[in-house]
Design a binder for this molecule. Structure first.
Ligand code: GLN
Length: 447
């Protein structure tokens, strides 16, 4: 598959031919179920779009039954920015319902397969985006990351996935899951393409009140020769598989070979991360999803009276995982429990941010796993608690609002891809991409 950088140089005719071929390739792999549909807007370079990002006049459903029939009335800001830069939305890709999940098993449209092996999940929730790029069925894709949903599927499918600093990319037109954590980001074949797509979609937007007033760009200044201080957290790996530990050791060796300085840090105290995340995310989700009642939004199922209509619409429209999270979220927000859960989770969030700040006193970047192991097989994370626990390495980055990028490092059991992530200070995407580019070069040259 040609890269985004190469595709941006094609002329109109070459692009049109390319799109015809791409369409045929996608249609030849229906079992993968990466795309929900193939739509093309405009004449630019085709980019696959996660089904929670609005493209005017497209169906947009967040992978849910409750949004069947909903047509986007306007473009998300990222879509307008893409169009201005010569890219065009091409195809809507699959995801876990309302971006809640780590496996892309909960979509209304069925499961997406991992392109490397059909027995394994592609990760989630941006599993369609990752599978499309990993299978050579997209040049690049947009995903969203609330607690790892860009970085983890990227790692499972052998591609690059980047979550920007909270506030860097406008959330206007993104279907909200947990508004204080959600960020849109690029999923690409390599680090340079991620930087290019990040530059295109980022920047201040007055339509998003949490948008940061920052417009600096990275791709023209990429410099893989910078020598950086990279923090490693050996004890943080206790919960990771042997394959993952080997990949971590390999990445450290290659970073040293590239001339970076490795700084060892003690364990991040991660024991509160899962609780803080699942309290915050479900509380915000319960609030955001209240609007899907069949009156304001959502596929109405008419009942005996208004209350019965709400109940029937929501019972019929939401899947099990979404219902579980709405119940959890309403519980932690309810009077009597609010202080004990929600308020405590917000304090924990500050604590997590402080831990990162301490590491960044003497380090430019942190090297961390993104998942405890390679992709799980279908059905392996059937118990919701097991699924939540598998987010151990991805969620603190969102709670602290930091930028991070996951990139392929090695292969594990059955030749399944293993990725690791680099994490940077807030708004230091330049260093994040410079370090990632250096590591990518080092890993690729090794053969
Ligand atoms: N797996 C996490 C969750 O289910 C993250 C999802 C995401 O980043 N959208 O909440």
């Amino acid at each position: 598959m040609i890269t985004l950088k190469e595709a941006l140089k094609l002329n109109k005719e070459e692009l049109n031919n390319f799109k015809e071929e791409l369409k045929a390739k996608i249609q030849a792999r229906p079992e993968l179920n990466a795309y929900i549909d193939i739509n093309n807007v405009g004449e630019g370079v085709p980019i696959a779009i996660k089904d929670n990002i609005q493209v005017k006049d497209w169906s947009v459903t967040s992978g849910s039954n409750i949004l069947q029939g909903y047509i986007a009335p306007y473009n998300a800001t990222v879509i307008n920015k893409m169009k201005d830069a010569g890219l065009s939305p091409f195809g809507r890709v699959n995801m876990d319902e309302f971006a809640m999940g780590s496996t892309t098993e909960s979509s209304f449209y069925g499961k997406t397969q991992n392109p490397h092996n059909a027995e394994y999940v592609p990760g989630g929730s941006s599993g369609g985006s990752a599978a499309a790029v990993g299978a050579g069925l997209a040049i690049a894709a947009l995903g969203s990351d609330t607690g790892g949903s860009i970085r983890q599927p990227a790692a499972f499918c052998g591609i690059v996935g980047m979550k920007p600093t909270y506030g860097r990319v406008s959330r206007y037109g993104l279907g909200a899951y947990a508004s204080s954590l959600d960020q849109i980001g690029p999923m690409t074949q390599n680090v340079e393409d991620a930087a290019i797509l990040y530059d295109i979609i980022s920047g201040f937007d007055e339509k998003d009140s949490t948008s940061a007033n920052k417009n600096d760009k990275v791709s023209d200044k990429l410099d893989s020769s910078r020598k950086l201080k990279i923090a490693v957290l050996p004890k943080h790996l206790d919960g990771a598989s042997e394959d993952m530990k080997k990949a971590y050791a390999l990445a450290i060796k290659e970073l040293k070979n590239a001339g970076h300085e490795i700084v060892e840090h003690e364990l991040m105290d991660a024991k509160f991360d899962i609780s803080a995340y699942y309290i915050t995310a479900t509380a915000e989700a319960a609030t955001n999803l209240a609007r899907y009642d069949g009156i304001r939004y959502g596929n109405r199922v008419t009942g005996k009276n208004l209350e019965d209509t709400f109940i029937k619409t929501r019972s019929n429209g939401f899947g099990d995982e979404v219902k579980r999270r709405i119940m959890l979220g309403n519980f932690v927000l309810s009077s009597g429990y609010y202080e004990a859960y929600y308020v405590k989770a917000q304090k924990t969030r500050h604590m997590i941010k402080d831990q990162y700040d301490k590491i960044f006193v003497d380090s430019d970047l942190i090297l961390s796993p993104i998942a405890p192991d390679i992709a799980p097989k279908f059905g392996e994370l059937e118990n919701p608690m097991d699924m939540y626990l598998s987010d151990l390495y991805s969620i603190s980055v969102n709670l602290a609002g930091l930028p991070a990028i996951s990139l392929p490092i090695s292969k594990g059991e059955n030749d399944m891809p293993i990725g690791l992530q680099l994490i940077a200070k807030a708004y230091d995407e330049q260093t994040l991409f410079d370090g990632a580019l250096s590591l990518e070069k080092q890993i690729n040259n090794k053969g």
